[in-house]
Design a protein around this ligand. Sequence first.
Ligand SMILES: NC(=O)C1=CN([C@@H]2O[C@H](COP(=O)(O)OP(=O)(O)OC[C@H]3O[C@@H](n4cnc5c(N)ncnc54)[C@H](OP(=O)(O)O)[C@@H]3O)[C@@H](O)[C@H]2O)C=CC1
Ligand SMILES: O=C(O)C1=NCCCC1
Length: 165
Amino acid sequence: MQDILKYNLLFDALERGFALFSQSSCGQEASAGFIDQPVRTCVTIPSKGFFGCMPVYIEAEDLLVSKLVTAFPKNKDIPSHNAIVAVFDASCGVPRALLDGDIITTRRTAAASAVATKHLVNGEPKVLAILGCGVQGTSHYDALTAMFQLEKSGSARSNVRVDDG
Ligand SMILES: NC(=O)C1=CN([C@@H]2O[C@H](COP(=O)(O)OP(=O)(O)OC[C@H]3O[C@@H](n4cnc5c(N)ncnc54)[C@H](OP(=O)(O)O)[C@@H]3O)[C@@H](O)[C@H]2O)C=CC1
Ligand SMILES: O=C(O)C1=NCCCC1
């Protein structure tokens, strides 16, 4: 997954996916087929974290896919987020693949931020500052520096601990 899921490929795929999802969601007919993606369903594990299920039907690929993801923010020495992605054939319902979802979560999230920034930013961004050097802090640095020609970029661990209750 590390070798396959390059940011430049992800940027293009996400832009196409977001456009199709938006068209499908407002009932527009898209020649590239529709996407049916309900909001993630979550089960809460009290004071520990959550377990989320993220299904989608992608007509153009004839695929049914679901990510299953856990977020246990208090994990120490093991990742706080863990995921698998199950892929089924939408023509017959047969399972086709079970993928490690960790790199997919790490990079897709950051690539989505980079694509959103490209469309929302006013002008060409020059400076990037990231607070926090966890998995997403690091992947956002990689994705945003891959997307933009920045003059200054950096990330830092926060000395301020937010009280998470
Ligand atoms: N929308 C999406 O698709 C996704 C969203 N996420 C969300 O992004 C966030 C980051 O995830 P990820 O990077 O994987 O998690 P990590 O556990 O790898 O990193 C957590 C980050 O938060 C900081 N942090 C944790 N607790 C505190 C605190 N009490 N006060 C201040 N900083 C704190 C850590 O700082 P330090 O290193 O100094 O401890 C670290 O930078 C989470 O909220 C996660 O749920 C994640 C994946 C996908
Ligand atoms: O959308 C995702 O993927 C995730 N969102 C919140 C944290 C878990 C993964």
